[in-house]
Structures are given as structure tokens and as C-alpha cells.
Design a protein around this ligand. Sequence first.
Ligand code: R5P
Length: 290
Amino acid sequence: MIIISCSHGKHLGYNLAKRLKAQHSELFAKKFPDDELLVRFNANLNGKLVVLVQSFYGNISDCIVEVLLASATARELGAKRIILVAPYFPYLRQDKRFHEGESVSQGIIAKLIERYFDEILIIDPHLHRKTSLSQIFRIKSAKLTANSLIADYIKKHIKNPVIVGPDEESYKWARSVAEMINAESGILKKKRYSSYHVKVNLNKKIDLKNKNTVIVDDIVSTGHTIIETAKLLRKLGAKNIYCLCVHGIFAEGALKKLGKAKIKVISTNTIPNPAAKIDMSGEIAKAIKF
Ligand code: R5P
């Protein structure tokens, strides 16, 4: 087996190889002046199980093209089997045509991936209308979760927590984490008007008095969901507000905005960022069978 860190996978690839005592190599990826990409392997892949580690953040279109080029090339160079380890995998939220004429991106991107890979492993994929990865990819797939590590973090660092999920979809993270640490939980209702405009409501009463309020969600992108949730929670009496998320995308300065709103943010390292305090390399290592 050989672990290959792609351009957006180095933060986990090295550790993963160490944990698995496996050979490691970095994929060389170069951009030409016209923005075309070129990749080159610096290791012999012939007859090997090749694990490409790539998270998808920043210029995600380039990240996708890079892994397609890499996988096709690995195959040509004799790789026996090719696994994509995607700590964060994008395009899963667009799982239906919300407005007439739109692309259902989830299925389109999945088709590209399954054409080039034998197997895919994703941490906390955003599953909603399609409830399992096997409904999305026709190749072998595995879904990992950060829930137990998030629960451990809260247990260790936050006293008297009450867990809040900011929308109906977040129950998979918020409720499951709350159950693991025997904390009370509440799930909000969210209406999204645009990428930047969301409204949240709470149906059930939760007691926030003398508690540390912890919002748990899978993704923080612009941060609006969390900021609106925190506003509502403060109106209900919350003092200390934490946000624990799996995938800290933090687009357009979101981490700063959350800091200004006095929300303490902690994420896993599926995407490298200054709030990434929870390391996922151990969970990935456990899931790789060879
Ligand atoms: C959506 O359902 C996700 O779980 C997140 O709540 C959402 O992606 C967060 O987006 P933003 O940070 O832009 O509000």
C-alpha cells in the first residue's frame, strides 16, 4: 500500500501513513499559466493499493480535476486498487433540483468519481434525501463520523453542556453527540432564503441557565447558520456559546465573524484551519483495510 497526499490532503496524509506504517509520497501538482493542471507521481505504484488523500476546499474544482488526473494516471502506472480518502467531500448538499433548470450536482460529481476510483471513504458526508453513500456512488464506499471525537472533546473541555442542532438535518450530529455525553439537546428549525440569509426557530423549550451552550453541526461555511442560531440562543439566555463542527470550511472570513460574535469555534481537521483541534487521522487509519 502507498498513501499519496494530494495538494489538499497533506495535513492528514502524512499522519495516516505513519499510523498505518505505510509508504508515503506527495503527489506533485503543477498549474500552468493558463490554469491547466498537471500531476506527477514520484513513487512506483505498480501492483500497489494506492490511497489518494484529498480534501476539497478552496478551489474545489481544481481539487476534483487533480484527483481525476491522479487516479487515471495511477491506473496507467499499474495501481492494483485505488481508494479516494476524502475527509471532506463537496457537492453533496445539492441533492435535488431546488429550482427549475438547476444541476443536481451530487449525482453528476459522484459519476465522475466512480468512473475513476474503486472505493471512496468520506468523513461525515452531508446526506439528506439520499441517506447512504451506496445510494450515491456505485463503487464501494465508507462513511466515517467524527461524532465520538466531538463528544470526547466536549466531555474533556466544556462543563455543563447543552447541545443545540441549528437545523433539522443536524440531528445526526447534535443528537448523537448529546446522547454520547448524556446532555440535553434541542434541534432548531431553519429556513434558508439564500447563501447569506437564514432564519432559525426553536419549537421546544430548552433550559440554558447556568449551562454552556454548544451548537453542533456538520458544516460551517459562511457561518450565518451559526451566527443566527447564537443570536436566538442569547435571547433565550445563553451566555457561553461554543460551536463544534466537523467540516470548518469558513468561507469568506467566517471564522473571524464567528469570533466577533463571541462564539468559540472548534472543528475537526478534515479541512485545515486555525480552529481545527480534533484530529481525524486515527479514525481514517482504522477504516482502511488492506
Ligand atoms: C446545511 O444543512 C449544513 O448542515 C450547514 O448547516 C450549512 O451548510 C451551513 O452553512 P452556512 O455556514 O453558510 O450557514
